[in-house]
Design a protein around this ligand. Structure first.
Ligand code: BTX
Length: 324
C-alpha cells in the first residue's frame, strides 16, 4: 500500500504532465507490470487515472480522503501542514497531537483522522465524529505569546474556519461565542483550544477543529440530531473535504500570523462581522451562575461583554451561551 500511495504522490506532484511507466519503474525499482498493478489499485481506491499511450500516467481526480500528501498537494502554506499525520482512526486527534507536541513536533504540525472514537468537546463533553464525513483535525502551534492569550486563538480559529467555509462552499455561517459555528441554531463546527505550558510560557497550543461536512441526518448520533447540521445538509451538495481542509489550514495560517503580528484588533472586527451573538439577548451559563442580558461585544482580549437588565456590564471569560 505504501508504494501505491508513493506512486499517487509522485503523479500528483507532476500535475497535468503524464509520467511514463518506464520512468516510474526506474524510479521505484519495480517492473512496468508492477506499476500497472499499482495503478489498478489506485483506481480501486477512487483515483481516476488517465493513461496516455506512449506518454504515461496522470491522475485526473483524487478520492475524497485526507491523506497527508493529498492535503499537502497545492497547499502552499509556510508552516501549517508541513507535517501531517493522517490516521484512519483514533480516539481523539487532540490526544495524538498532545503526545506529538510533547515529543517535540514542529510548529504547524497537523493530525487528521477519518474517524474518532472518542472525539471530545469542552469540559469532557463528546464530539460525534462520523467516519469519513467530517474534518477531524488538531493543529499544533507554538506561538511566542503569554498563556493568557491562548483563548483568543479559539476566536482566531473560528474566523479562519468561517472564511474557509465561505470560500469553498459559498455558505454564510455565523460564530457563536466562543467556539461554535452555526447555521441558524444548529452547530456545524466546534473548536477546542488546549494548552501545554510551563514556567517559560506556552509550549504548545493544540487547536482542535471538528467540521461536520458530509453527514446526512442519520449519520449523526441520535443525541445530537436536533442540534447538529453539516455543510452538505446546508448546501444540498457533497462538499470536497480535501479542498475545505486545505482552505482551513491556509486561513488558519493567515489569521494566526495576522494576530501575532498586529494583535487582536483586526481579528476582532472580522470576528464581530460573523458573529451571531453580538447585539443579541443571550443567556450565559457559567459554572457558578447564569446571567441574562444583551451581548454588547467582545473586548480586545476576546472577553464577552454582557449587559444585564440592571445596566451592569459583565465580562464573561467562559460560558455556554444560549441565544434567547
Ligand atoms: P463543545 O463542548 O462546545 O460542544 C460539545 C457539544 O456539542 C456536545 O455536548 C453535543 O451536545 C454537541 N455535539 C457533539 N458532537 C457534535 C457534532 N458532530 N455536531 C454538532 N454538535 C455536536 C466543541 O465542544 C469542540 C469540539 C471540537 C472537536 C474537535 S474534532 C478534532 C479535535 N479532536 C477532538 O477530540 N476534538 C477536536
Amino acid at each position: 500500500i505504501t508504494v501505491t500511495l508513493e506512486l499517487a504522490k509522485r503523479l500528483l506532484s507532476a500535475g497535468e504532465e503524464p509520467v511514463s511507466g518506464q520512468q516510474l519503474a526506474e524510479e521505484f525499482g519495480i517492473s512496468r507490470t508492477a506499476i500497472w498493478k499499482h495503478m489498478k489499485e489506485l483506481e480501486e481506491m477512487g483515483y481516476e487515472i488517465d493513461s496516455v499511450r506512449k506518454k504515461g500516467y496522470r491522475i485526473t481526480k483524487s478520492p475524497d480522503n485526507l491523506e497527508a500528501f493529498s492535503v499537502q498537494n497545492g497547499l502552499n502554506t509556510r508552516k501549517i501542514g508541513n507535517h501531517i499525520t493522517h490516521l484512519e482512526q483514533c480516539a481523539s486527534t487532540q490526544i495524538v497531537a498532545h503526545k506529538l507536541a510533547q515529543e517535540g513536533a514542529a510548529d504547524g504540525t497537523v493530525v487528521i483522522a477519518e474517524l474518532q472514537t472518542e472525539g471530545r468537546g469542552r469540559l469532557m463533553r463528546k464530539w460525534d465524529s462520523a467516519h469519513g464525513k467530517g474534518i477531524w483535525m488538531s493543529v499544533i502551534l507554538r506561538p511566542d505569546v503569554p498563556p493568557h492569550q491562548a483563548p483568543q486563538f479559539t476566536l482566531v480559529a473560528a474566523v479562519a474556519v468561517v472564511r474557509a467555509i465561505q470560500q469553498v462552499t459559498g455558505l454564510e455561517p455565523m460564530i457563536k461565542w466562543p467556539n461554535d459555528i452555526l447555521f441558524g441554531a444548529k452547530k456545524a463546527t466546534g473548536i477546542l483550544t488546549e494548552l501545554q505550558s510551563d514556567a517559560d510560557g506556552i509550549q504548545a497550543l493544540i487547536i482542535g477543529i471538528g467540521v461536520n461536512v458530509n453527514q446526512q441526518l442519520d449519520d449523526f448520533d441520535a443525541s445530537v440530531q436536533d442540534i447538529a447540521t453539516s455543510l452538505s445538509l446546508e448546501s444540498g451538495t457533497i462538499v470536497n473535504r480535501r479542498e475545505l481542509a486545505q482552505e482551513i489550514l491556509r486561513c488558519l495560517e493567515r489569521y494566526t500570523d495576522m494576530y501575532i503580528e498586529h494583535g487582536f484588533s483586526p481579528l476582532k472586527q472580522l470576528w464581530e462581522a460573523h458573529s451571531a451573538t453580538i447585539g443579541k439577548a443571550v443567556r450565559a451559563r457559567m459554572s457558578k451562575e447564569t446571567l441574562e442580558g444583551i451581548a454588547e461585544g467582545i473586548t480586545e482580549d476576546g472577553v464577552l461583554q454582557l449587559r444585564t437588565a440592571d445596566g451592569k456590564l459583565h465580562g464573561i471569560y467562559s460560558a455556554d451561551i444560549e441565544l434567547k
